[in-house]
Design a protein around this ligand. Structure first.
Ligand code: SIN
Length: 494
């Protein structure tokens, strides 16, 4: 358990807190919201309230931006090595706190403990990766071809960054933004999802212990996300907005960041195709599909949404996938041996159930699952449906749940057309024993990431991001750092 024995400054009163923090974290201090309001965080498995969290409003958001702006020059002025060492220490502390952070994440998000443990490892790795990248930010010197002047390019911290993180990866989507921002020399204000603020607040403790100076990382949970973020984007000192979430909200943030011309980094929706060619290793493809579909119970923007299997292999693939999916254990994510926890809330669960009903009405057949359980908790069973028509809602929209929707295809041309026939372009998966053919296919897919014979592409060392309506910019890898850096070109003669 995090040794959280800090204190909350309650405007004029200080109260002891323990176990896990629930207050706003601004300028290195735990404070209650200006109006003293709180909002509940629920356990999706029991529907019980886990905690009441301080509810930031625009006054608090302004304090957080002020704190970040004040902290910026000193943080940007630290040497890369100093920033790197603090990031590395954060990596060590988060790794050490893995068990506590994972339990907290399962409590507020519902995901199975093994998914939470995997996420904490993933989250910590962003800190390590950017601790390493931090000392390798290099510029360029060249001679202008015509004038002969010297062109110098240097990369400078972009400024204060507002980071808006989602509920499906409460830790990793935070560190995937915080780590490169801090490595670049930026200070940040994080607005975690109101469903899952506790993990991010616990991470703030880790950053403080690692020596991140007050004001460099500020956390403002809020139930009034839209107005709080909008207010922060109206402050011209904010130079980057990094968001992970739906395309609809991303479009709003793009509109709002236009006024001050704020650099946007947007990780938005997906509609991933999973293509099984006739020469695929079917057992490997089934295992890959289980990973690509069921990581986080399907609540992942990289989750496979449309499974296209070649006519000749369709039946055997569907049968084996059904057998794997029906063997997964559903239950409270904290219980031993559970593979699939509840979905995050009733709305999400009902939407998933609606997708299955719609597909069945249009002629799809359920091979396993498909029945919404009664009782407490937002559970939905692992489900496989076949004969899903192209116009089914689950083919057009992101399912975000444990439903595998299978379709047939006859040849490469047909599957390429169908795979690309979406406004999204985040990730695609291909299974084939012929690497040359798979690479050729990848080249024709309009997706920012492609997994070949792998059901998982996410990697802190790789540029994560989408084409088309799936986003702008990349997170992770070397590329992730450039979202938080401004190139400055100096023209000179010597
Ligand atoms: C997401 O679902 O937003 C991110 C998934 C990942 O990083 O793998």
């Amino acid at each position: 358990m995090v040794n959280f024995m800090g204190s909350i400054e309650k405007r004029n009163r200080t109260v002891a807190v323990n176990e896990f923090p629930t207050a706003l974290y601004i300028n290195g201090r735990w404070i209650e919201s200006s109006e003293g309001k709180k909002f509940p965080v629920f356990n999706p498995a029991t529907e019980a309230v886990v905690a009441e969290v301080s509810d930031a409003d625009i006054v608090d958001a302004q304090c957080a931006v002020d704190a970040a702006a004040r902290a910026l020059p000193a943080w940007a002025g630290k040497s890369p090595r100093q920033r790197s060492e603090i990031l590395y220490k954060s990596f060590e502390i988060v790794s050490r706190q893995k068990e506590h952070l994972a339990r907290l994440m399962t409590l507020e998000n519902g995901k199975a403990l093994k998914d939470s443990n995997a996420e904490v490892t993933y989250a910590a790795e962003f800190l390590r990766w950017y601790a390493e990248e931090c000392v390798r930010i290099s510029g360029e010197v060249m001679q202008a071809p015509a004038s002969g002047a010297q062109i110098l390019v240097q990369y400078r911290p972009a400024g204060v960054a507002v980071l808006v993180t989602p509920w499906n990866f409460p830790a990793a989507m935070g560190t995937r933004k915080i780590a490169p921002a801090l490595a670049a020399g930026c200070s940040v204000v994080v607005k975690p999802a109101s469903e899952t603020p506790l993990t991010m607040l616990a991470l703030a403790e880790c950053f403080a212990e690692a020596g991140v100076p007050p004001g460099v990382v500020n956390i403002v949970p809020s139930s009034k996300s839209a107005s709080v973020v909008s207010h922060m984007l109206s402050d011209s000192r904010v130079r980057v907005v990094s968001f992970t979430g739906s395309t609809e909200v991303g479009r709003n943030l793009l509109r709002e960041s236009a006024h001050n011309v704020i650099n946007p980094a947007m990780e938005l929706g997906g509609n991933a195709p999973f293509i099984v060619l006739e020469d695929a290793d079917i057992d490997a493809a089934v295992e890959g599909a289980v990973v690509a579909k069921m990581r986080n119970s399907g609540e992942t923007c990289t989750a496979v949404n449309r499974i296209y299997v070649h006519d000749k292999r369709h039946d055997v693939f569907a049968e084996r996938l059904t057998s794997r999916m029906s063997a997964l254990k559903v239950g409270n994510g904290l219980d031993n041996g559970v593979d699939v926890g509840p979905l995050v809330n009733a709305g999400t669960r009902n939407k998933v159930a609606g997708f299955v009903e719609d597909a069945v009405k249009r002629g799809a057949r359920v091979l396993t699952g498909g029945q919404m359980p009664t009782g407490i908790g937002f559970f939905y069973p692992p489900t496989v449906i076949v004969g899903v028509p192209e116009d089914a809602k689950c083919v057009r929209e992101e399912i975000f749940g444990p439903v595998a929707a299978i379709q047939r295809f006859a040849d490469d041309e047909e599957v390429i057309f169908k795979a690309n026939n979406t406004e999204y372009g985040l990730v695609a998966y291909i299974y084939s024993e012929n690497l040359k053919r798979a690479l050729g296919l990848a080249n024709k897919l309009e997706f920012g990431m492609v997994g070949i014979n792998r059901g998982l592409v996410s990697d802190p060392a790789a540029p994560f991001g989408g084409m088309k309506s799936s986003g702008i910019g990349r997170e992770g890898g070397r590329e992730g750092l450039f979202e938080f850096l401004e190139p400055q070109y100096i023209s000179t003669n010597w």
